[in-house]
Design a protein around this ligand. Structure first.
Ligand code: SAH
Length: 248
């Protein structure tokens, strides 16, 4: 089954862009996924094909018009009725590997890319749209965020990555950062590869990698570490309910 990516954008020429190269490019050529950029401007109704207007209440920049956005979304939904519609916005839920995995397991995704100051807020009440953020940064448009999101989905599609196991050990898959990697030369500028990785003792290597992943996550990403510990140590649901009742 082909994973269908529909991208609503004012810059359809940005697609597939970097996704036409390397792993994703090969998968595109093989029909593992498809890329359908849709020009939002085609859904403007006036003779100037206006897609934006000045912000209500004043201030800098322009806002994407809700009627044009709705027409573009409705069109995409009629083409791909089963795909979720995601709007890229810094106000959205931060994208996670867990969500990427769910999306990659589905029929595809429709991505709405903002520009200027962003979207008229009423679109989110009027249409079933999931607001997604790439992180606490501000891009000039949703397109690079869409490319990152699609890249993360595509590499998980069946047959795209070489070894089937290589996806499972990556950062975030177990709620941890991945352990560090090394390759030859064994000595470089006086620095060596950790002895254990050269020992050939697979149990010891696995233990070192697990300890490194845990340690690095604790030091670099206390937020992930807290969540990991919470999930690991959480009592069975019955026990949790008891604790809650006791508190009453
Ligand atoms: N005024 C907005 C930023 C608009 S940036 C604000 O302050 O929240 C223009 C467009 O770039 C947005 O509509 C969105 O589609 C995209 N964009 C910018 N930063 C993003 C991010 N962190 N994640 C996802 N999309 C982003």
């Amino acid at each position: 089954m082909t994973f269908a990516a529909t991208v609503l954008t004012l810059y359809p020429e940005m697609f597939p862009g970097p996704l036409g190269i390397s792993l994703a490019g090969r998968a595109l050529a093989e029909g593992v996924w498809s890329c359908q950029p849709v020009q939002i401007r085609d859904f403007a109704t006036d003779k100037h094909r206006t897609v934006d207007d000045t912000p209500a209440g004043g201030g800098a920049g322009m806002v994407l018009k809700v009627d044009v956005l709705a027409a573009a979304i409705d069109h995409a939904r009629s083409m791909q009725p089963l795909s979720p519609v995601l709007a890229m916005t810094p106000r959205g839920t931060p994208l996670s590997q867990a969500r990427v995995r769910e999306l990659a397991a589905g029929p595809g995704v429709t991505i709405l890319c903002g520009r200027f100051e962003g979207f008229d807020e009423r679109i989110f009440a009027a249409r079933d749209v999931e607001e997604v953020s790439l992180g606490d940064i501000v891009l000039s448009g949703g397109e690079p965020a869409a490319i990152a999101l699609l890249d993360a989905c595509i590499r998980l599609l069946p047959g795209v990555m070489g070894a089937p196991s290589s996806g499972a050990e990556e950062s975030f898959e177990e709620g941890l950062l991945e352990y560090p990697h090394y390759t030859r030369p064994v000595e470089w500028e006086g620095r060596t590869i950790p002895e254990v990785l050269r020992s050939g003792d697979h149990a010891k290597i696995a233990a070192w990698r697990k300890a490194s992943a845990e340690n690095d996550t604790r030091l670099r990403r206390p937020d992930l570490w807290e969540r990991h510990i919470g999930v690991r140590d959480r009592p069975a649901s019955g026990a949790r309910r008891e604790t809650k009742d006791q508190g009453k």
